[in-house]
Design a protein around this ligand. Structure first.
Ligand code: NAD
Ligand code: ZN
Length: 357
């Protein structure tokens, strides 16, 4: 039996307003005159947060377009532009949701690894550490702040650069940064965390490490999404810790059916991770009866619309593409359904599920 030797984030600062410590945190990590590059979610362009970014010397803010989930060619272009303009840099700071954080991780790695980021989509293909990297979430739920992956859509596959070099050196968890998130977006990304918990806790890979974090994250999700009080600062505080703990839970287990199916949607239709998981979760009571019932309760309680009918009119070839992508996520299926998962999740069964979405 081989046990996972988990590489974690080196430094974590948590607290409402802790963003103001960023200047002091970055200072010892600045190398000579080399700049820090801030990759900031384009939502914040022109917003007050920008004036609080501690720019020094040649530091630069680059607003990143996260309309679509990160692509390998976007990462390669960003890394090349930074190399062309500055040569070497001190580090990359990603500020935003899972997309901006994933871009920051990937760009950091591509500053020091040759070729295209597409060459490193997979497990443990990254050869050398990237530059110093910091993650600062402005949405809570994905767990991208703690994970050892950065999910990228490449020419051939949607797959992360999973490696021990991928986790951030530092994360800054300041719940104040999440306060302007629109209710729908906050819910979709928050449900990513809820679904991480259900898939981890109901999975065959479960162990006490994952369970400890998963149960706490689940409890926090329930407190925020089933509360009778209006959304408050405390809700943001809790959801940020739920995201962290949910990410720690799956780091030592795996996700399951909702993620495996949602990957197919996102590959073919570009459906974003959070909402895609919700679309699938709405229809998989067969696998997670209690989790799906509670999910539906949360949807109703928060007055959220979950899109439906997104697979209407797709061709056989398109269904096949989604099925291939989904069935390629072997560890997810094995976690969800056990070693004999291929007998349970046949192509016909998966097709029928996609047709319902
Ligand atoms: P996101 O980063 O894609 O952002 C969604 C939208 O919210 C964007 O329009 C963005 O501009 C906006 N936004 C961000 N912060 C905001 C704020 N404070 N106020 C208002 N709007 C704000 O959403 P997400 O759900 O956080 O991340 C999804 C991405 O994360 C996907 O690309 C997915 O593949 C990735 N992901 C990565 C991991 C990992 O472990 N690396 C895990 C799960 C998901
Ligand atoms: Zn997820």
């Amino acid at each position: 039996m081989q046990f996972r030797n988990l590489k974690m984030v080196d430094y974590v600062v948590y607290g409402r307003g802790c963003f103001h410590q960023l200047d002091a945190i970055l200072a010892p990590n600045r190398k000579n005159q080399a700049p820090m590059i801030f990759l900031v979610d384009h939502f914040f362009e022109g917003k007050p947060l920008i004036s609080k970014i501690p720019l020094r010397g040649e530091d630069k803010i680059i607003f990143v377009d996260v309309t679509h989930e990160p692509k390998t060619k976007q990462v390669d272009a960003l890394a090349q532009d930074i190399k062309d303009e500055f040569g070497t840099i001190s580090g990359v700071v990603g500020i935003g949701g899972g997309s901006a954080m994933d871009l920051a991780k990937a760009v950091s790695l591509m500053m020091n690894n040759p070729g295209s980021s597409a060459d490193y989509q997979g497990w443990d293909l990254v050869k050398v550490p990237g530059v110093y990297k910091v993650g600062i979430p402005t949405l809570s739920g994905t767990g991208a702040e703690v994970s050892r992956t950065t999910v990228l859509t490449g020419p051939e596959r949607k797959l992360g650069m999973n490696s021990d070099f991928t986790p951030f050196d530092q994360i800054v968890l300041d719940p104040e940064l999440t306060k302007d998130a629109p209710a729908n977006q906050r819910f979709y990304t928050g449900m990513d965390c809820y679904i991480h918990c259900i898939e981890s806790l109901e999975g065959t890979f479960l162990n006490e490490f994952s369970k400890s974090f998963g149960e706490k994250a689940l409890e926090l999700c329930r407190e925020v999404f089933l509360s009778n009080e209006p959304w408050s600062d405390t809700s943001d505080d809790k959801l940020m810790m739920a995201s962290y703990a949910g990410g720690m839970s799956i780091a030592y287990s795996q996700v399951g059916v909702a993620h495996a199916v949602s990957y197919g949607l996102s590959y073919l239709l570009g459906t974003k991770h959070g909402v895609g998981n919700c679309i699938v979760m709405n229809h998989i009571e067969e696998y997670y009866p209690a989790g799906v019932a509670e999910f539906k309760k949360m949807v109703a309680h928060n007055n959220i619309d979950i899109p439906a009918g997104i697979c209407k009119g797709l061709t056989d070839a398109q269904f096949d593409t989604m099925i291939n992508v989904s069935l390629g996520m072997k560890p997810l299926w094995e976690n969800a359904l056990g070693k004999d998962w291929q007998q349970i999740m046949t192509r016909e069964k998966l097709r029928a599920l996609y047709e319902k979405l």
